[in-house]
Design a protein around this ligand. Structure first.
Ligand SMILES: [Zn+2]
Length: 335
C-alpha cells in the first residue's frame, strides 16, 4: 500500500518525488517513512553535526511528570560550571554546562540571550562569567528569553531587579507563562513580568547591532530563533541561534508539523542571508564548549571554530527537520 502510494507520487511528480514530499505531500506514516527520515538526517549530519542526531531517537508520547522533571533538572543544573569565553569579537558565552547564555556586546550596552534557571545561576554563572571576561553586568540593556521555559527565563527577575534591562519574549510565550506554564519547577524562579512582546520579524537594536526575532514554533509555540551579526578578525559573520530544540512536548502532531515548518522557514532565511554560524541555547547541540576551548587556544588568525559556513547551517536545519518528520511519523503510527 505504501509502496504503491510512493510510486504514484513519484510518477506524478515526474521523478521529483522527494521534492514533492519535501514541499508538504506526505506518504502515510510507516516504519519505512521513519527509517527514510532518519537515514536522510544521518546523511545530512555527516561527521560534524552528529550531536543533533539525538533528536532522531524516539521521543516520549507524554511530557515528563513533575517528579521526572525535578530529577532531570537537578542532574542538569548540578554539573560543574564551564569556563566562560569569547566566541566572536562581540559575542561571549556566559552560560552553564547544560543551558547557554550568550552576551552580545555593543558600544551602548549588552544584549543577553537567555537568563539560565534561577537567581543563583544568574549571579554565579552570568555575573560571575561576565566579571571573569571583563564585562560589566550593569551594561545589560536587554534580556531575550528564547522561549517560555524556566531554564531560559529563571534568572531574569534577578537581573531585572539589579540592572533594569528590558525583557524580550514572544507574545505567545508571554501568554503561556502568564496562563499555563508548560513546565513548572521549584528549581526555577518565577517568570518575569511581561515586558517587550515580539512577533515574527521584530527587531531589537542597540549600539549598532540589530537582533531580528524569528518566531519558530515547535519546541514552544512562540520560540524565538534570533539572527544577528558578529565579527571575527575583522570579518562579519551572520548567526542564527535556534531557540528551542527538543521534542519534549509529547504526542502533539500540530506541534511537530510546526517544528518541521520552522526548520524550512529558517533554511530559506539562512540561504537568502548567507548565515554561516548556527548556535543553540543548550551547549550539547552546537558544541559551544569545545569550540570556545579551541578558540581560546588559537594563536593568530586561524579560522574561528564557530564559523560553519552556510551549507553546514542548512544541513543542521535539515537534520532537525528530518528527525522531526521521523518523530511525527512515529507519533502518527501510535494508537
Ligand atoms: Zn525548553
Amino acid at each position: 500500500m505504501n509502496g504503491m502510494y510512493l510510486r504514484q507520487r513519484c510518477l506524478l511528480a515526474a521523478g521529483l518525488c522527494s521534492a514533492a514530499f519535501g514541499a508538504g505531500a506526505q506518504a502515510p506514516a510507516s516504519e519505512a517513512t521513519v527509517a527514510r527520515h532518519v537515514a536522510e538526517a544521518t546523511r545530512l549530519a555527516g561527521s560534524d553535526l552528529t550531536a543533533l542526531m539525538v533528536l532522531c531517537k524516539p521521543a516520549p508520547a507524554a511530557r515528563m511528570t513533575p517528579a521526572q522533571g525535578e530529577a532531570y533538572l537537578s542532574k542538569m543544573i548540578n554539573q560543574p560550571v564551564p569556563e566562560p569565553g569569547r566566541a566572536f569579537d562581540n559575542l561571549y558565552y556566559v552560560g552553564a554546562k547544560w543551558v547557554s547564555a550568550w552576551a552580545i556586546t555593543t558600544p551602548q550596552g549588552i544584549i543577553l540571550i537567555d537568563a539560565l534557571n534561577n537567581k543563583a545561576e544568574a549571579a554565579t554563572v552570568i555575573e560571575g562569567g561576565m566579571a571573569r571576561l571583563g564585562l560589566d553586568p550593569r551594561q545589560i540593556r536587554y534580556v531575550i528569553s528564547t522561549h517560555g521555559h524556566g531554564d531560559h527565563y529563571g534568572g531574569a527577575n534577578y537581573l531585572v531587579e539589579r540592572y533594569r534591562p528590558r525583557v524580550v519574549m514572544s507574545a505567545l510565550d508571554w501568554t503561556m507563562t502568564e496562563t499555563k506554564l508548560e513546565f513548572e519547577s521549584p528549581l526555577w524562579d518565577a517568570p518575569p513580568k511581561r515586558d517587550i512582546a515580539v512577533s515574527d520579524g521584530d527587531k531589537v537594536t542597540l549600539g549598532g547591532t540589530t537582533v531580528t526575532m524569528h518566531i519558530t514554533p515547535g519546541h514552544t509555540l512562540g520560540a524565538i530563533s534570533p539572527t544577528f551579526e558578529v565579527k571575527s578578525n575583522g570579518t562579519t559573520h551572520k548567526v542564527m541561534l535556534w531557540g528551542g530544540t527538543s521534542f519534549n512536548f509529547g504526542k502533539d502532531i500540530p506541534r511537530m508539523n510546526g517544528y518541521i515548518e520552522s526548520t524550512r522557514k529558517m533554511a530559506k532565511i539562512v540561504q537568502e542571508q548567507g548565515i554561516d554560524v548556527m548556535l543553540s541555547n543548550h551547549s550539547s547541540y552546537d558544541g559551544s564548549l569545545p569550540k570556545l576551548e579551541a578558540y581560546r587556544r588559537q594563536k593568530g588568525a586561524e579560522p574561528n571554530p564557530f564559523v560553519m559556513g552556510t551549507p553546514a547551517v542548512l544541513r543542521a536545519l535539515g537534520v532537525m527537520g528530518e528527525c522531526a518528520q521521523a518523530q511525527r511519523d512515529r507519533f502518527l503510527m501510535q494508537p
